[in-house]
Design a protein around this ligand. Sequence first.
Ligand code: NDP
Ligand code: MG
Length: 380
Amino acid sequence: MLKKISLLGATGSIGTQTLDVIRENPEEFKLTAMSVGRNIEEARKMIMEFSPQLISVQRKEDAELLKKEWSSVKVLYGEEGLVEVACHQDADVLVNAVLGSVGLHPTLQAIEAGKMIAIANKETLVTAGHLVMEAARKKNTTLLPVDSEHSAIFQALQGEQEKNIEKLIITASGGSFRDRSREDLVGVTVTEALNHPNWSMGAKITIDSASMMNKGLEVIEAHWLFDIPYDQIEVVQHRESIIHSMIQFHDSSVMAQLGTPDMRVPIQYALTYPDRLIRPGKRLDLVEMGKLHFEEMDLNRFRCLAFAYEAGRIGGSMTTVLNAANEAAVSMFLENKISFLDIEAYIEKAMSTHQVIHRPDLETIHEIDQQTRQLVSSWL
Ligand code: NDP
Ligand code: MG
């Protein structure tokens, strides 16, 4: 049966790869609603190719423009627009590939509206995992992970029971600066940080990979998605990004999922689960690979990973602060306003001044998110 998709963040790295999967499988998938940010040029091409019923853009002025150009498409804007796209009446599944905690409210609304959720937007789970998981449990919705590590764990869990998990082993490529010491990080440029060895991704997550915050966010994401305590989540550096993550069970068996690094694989799996579809493209050739490497993560070298474990263990509003401080600091680094090492300094400072609130509600999370961004910006 044709699966109808609403897509948040269509112009992004995950968004365009989701559109690749839809394009490759017109019998299986149809795009019914989508959101973009400011990239109106790409949005025009997407409307022409996919004819969605609804599109939302970030800014009002862009919405006015598109409204004049397309009478057949409903055009909205802003956060309200994101929610409308996420909950579009015809959509069966929401692919949430927007960037940042702006994805939280639309996700909660889509769960409420009974949609299946394929989640790439990890900031949503980091900022308010307890609210998202509670809503999903109430509605009996499975969150289908798109992030490759979590898709790997989800795949390795098929036919298994969560109670038998001893620990999760999340793999990390190490990012752009994996072979540099802390001293070598002084003065690194945005261009150097954006040069990821294995994956081509959006700017923010590429910086997060270089700082290892991406792995930290993924540890928190895994905690919520699989209901696993932090002590049972381990990170291992694996520079080839072939093993996407693993589960160790109580009987000592380890289940892993492997493949060439291509985000369209986990995106497609989330859309076809529990079935699979043929994917064109390269197959994993282990003989060609020859060797796979694994190294211990040094939490003194990668301090953002340590901050994420700390925030996760403290819980409550601390992960909201971790995420908001990181989002704000990474934006400032991308705009060349602060240095690479300032990112972690700002996060540490934001966390150390925060008074934790336990089980914060949506309004509180929104307030803390905004306050943290303002605080971090004020340190410039
Ligand atoms: P990109 O920066 O490539 O894309 C982000 C998308 O969100 C774009 O469509 C952008 O619009 C839109 N957007 C950004 N800010 C806003 C806003 N305030 N309001 C509305 N729309 C907005 O990011 P990625 O695709 O790399 O990542 C998206 C999410 O997926 C992140 O949470 C990331 O951590 C996660 N993820 C990404 C992976 C990857 O391989 N890229 C892997 C695993 C997870 P526009 O460009 O039009 O302005
Ligand atoms: Mg990942």
